[in-house]
Design a protein around this ligand. Structure first.
Ligand SMILES: Cc1cc2nc3c(=O)[nH]c(=O)nc-3n(C[C@H](O)[C@H](O)[C@H](O)COP(=O)(O)OP(=O)(O)OC[C@H]3O[C@@H](n4cnc5c(N)ncnc54)[C@H](O)[C@@H]3O)c2cc1C
Length: 466
């Protein structure tokens, strides 16, 4: 078996692997090879165009508040193509007691709105007098301890919209490490945040003020993957090429597929957590978790004509206590132009998630029927829709639950110890596209400098948007 040698091998050609390859190709003389198990690059990103509708089986967009993603858009020229839907203009709703409630976007406005009782608002201020919560609390335990029960449905909506997760299981130190750090430093989270805002004002960081915008492209999110793929020559990528084993050898790395063997100085695993753990089993000690749970969701794209109409805005989310069939829905034709034929609307309903994997077992017709019945109680839409398509993504969303903080520390350690090994991708240091691009940039810079990467130095305080 002939061995192919490269400076850097990248396993996985989703957004993480494609971004790493984009950056490494900027290093003169640096040879790369991407190995991808499926037929096409792009991983979870998967836009679906049919009958004049444009829907997303994976991510719908990303916020324009991440330096590295903005850089990537400029470097690739995609900044001239992208479409933006500003959060300030496109309102969102949370379903409460069977009705859609408009949610203001800033925490102060949320508290000022008549969403929770005056007594519950007073309880939120109880945060000033609480000590940091010890241990590894779940999101639900932590919110109840600091702010009381009244905020739980809104927090539930936030984590349904991002992780399709269960706030009784997601761990606060994993999903919001920056917030936990502030709590530990200042005791009160609100006090710590106010101090941070004051310091930022003094520093005049040059960061954009106001609410960010959701970004996509006229042909959907696949355009991002396509543009990165365009930059890779045919001898720099192998598709339908699942990696079976990795091995440390001769001060470098050896990678095997069923038919070929490769050697490299730097090995980048740009993979979802579980896929990376499966390959690492050969080369490291036992990780604190053998695998982590994933939340699978299906998207049902539904088109309507005639009198159907959507409320203004992005869409809505439904907390679990509402016991609805859909986790929420995106009002896609409101957000971006060209998502539906003339005089038609496109809705994308999300089903399943961490709490309802059983719904993914339903056949397409039942899923569509149940989803339309649910949506009809909230929106002005006819039954049946004039177009409906069930989009089943390739994998689930990694869930950062009990034991994840230890797993992340373990990964950081192996990256420090194993020369030339870089582990990044879906579920490591977050789950969003911005986080994937940010970590891919950091990994590429480490490779360029001939350094090891050992994870983010400071936990970032992520802003929460519905
Ligand atoms: C339904 C859904 C909706 C989402 N919505 C949003 C959103 O609106 N906004 C947002 O910011 N984020 C969203 N996300 C998250 C976003 O999609 C991810 O952050 C991102 O796509 C992850 O990219 P990645 O390259 O790290 O992983 P992936 O996209 O999973 O790519 C990994 C690649 O590795 C390949 N691979 C796996 N094992 C091997 C192996 N052994 N050998 C070779 N190749 C292998 C896979 O085939 C895949 O192509 C969503 C995710 C899902 C599932």
């Amino acid at each position: 078996m002939e061995t192919i040698k490269k400076d850097t091998l990248i396993i996985g050609a989703g957004l993480s692997g494609l971004t790493v390859s984009w950056k490494l190709k900027q290093i003169p003389g640096h040879s790369i090879l991407l190995l991808e198990q499926s037929k096409r690059a792009g991983g979870t990103i998967s836009s679906h165009a049919e009958e004049g509708y444009l829907a997303e089986g994976g991510p719908h967009g990303f916020l324009d508040n991440c330096v590295e993603s903005q850089l990537l858009l400029t470097e690739t020229g995609l900044d001239n193509e992208c479409l933006k839907a500003p959060l300030a203009k496109f309102v969102r709703y949370v379903c409460m007691d069977g009705k859609l409630n408009l949610i203001p976007q800033s925490p102060a406005k949320i508290l000022a709105a008549p969403l929770i009782s005056p007594l519950a608002k007073l309880r939120v201020a109880g945060d000033f007098f609480k000590k940091p919560l010890q241990g590894e609390p779940t999101v639900s335990e932590w919110v109840q301890y600091r702010f009381g029960k009244a905020l739980l449905p809104y927090v539930d909506a936030v984590f349904t919209g991002t992780y399709a997760g269960d706030l009784e299981r997601l761990v606060m130190d994993a999903v919001m490490p920056g917030v936990r750090q502030i709590e530990k430093e200042h005791g009160s989270l609100i006090y710590g945040l106010l101090k941070k805002i004051k310091a930022a004002k003094k520093e005049k960081t040059g960061k954009k003020k106001g609410l960010p915008a959701m970004t996509s492209f006229p042909t959907g999110m696949s355009r991002l993957a396509e543009r990165l793929y365009e930059n890779i020559s045919s001898d720099e990528i192998k598709t339908e090429c699942p990696v079976l084993h990795i091995l440390r050898e001769n001060g470098g790395w050896q990678v095997s597929t069923e038919e070929e063997r490769f050697e490299c100085r730097n090995l980048v695993l740009a993979l979802p957590v579980n896929a990376a753990l499966a390959l690492l089993a050969n080369v490291t000690g036992t990780p604190p978790l053998a695998k982590i749970p994933e939340a699978e969701i299906v998207t049902i794209a539904m088109g309507f004509g005639g009198d159907a109409s959507l409320p203004p805005g992005f869409g809505y989310l439904a907390p679990e206590r509402e016991q609805r069939f859909c986790l929420g829905a995106l009002f896609s034709s409101n957000m971006f132009p060209g998502r539906a034929p003339k005089d038609h609307i496109l809705l994308e309903a999300l089903i399943g998630g961490r709490r309802h994997p059983e719904r993914l077992e339903l056949d397409d017709n039942t899923l569509i029927k149940e989803a339309v019945q649910d949506l009809q109680q909230l929106l002005n839409i006819p039954n049946p829709p004039s177009y409906a398509k069930v989009l089943r993504p390739r994998g689930g969303i990694p869930q950062l639950e009990k034991g994840y903080p230890d797993l992340l520390r373990w990964r950081n350690n192996i990256m420090k110890e194993e020369k030339g090994l870089y582990v990044t991708g879906f579920g490591w240091e977050g789950i969003g596209l911005n986080e994937m691009i940010k970590t891919a940039y950091r990994v590429s810079e480490a490779i360029k400098q001939g350094e090891q990467d050992s994870g983010a130095e400071n936990a970032e305080v992520k802003k929460v948007y519905f």
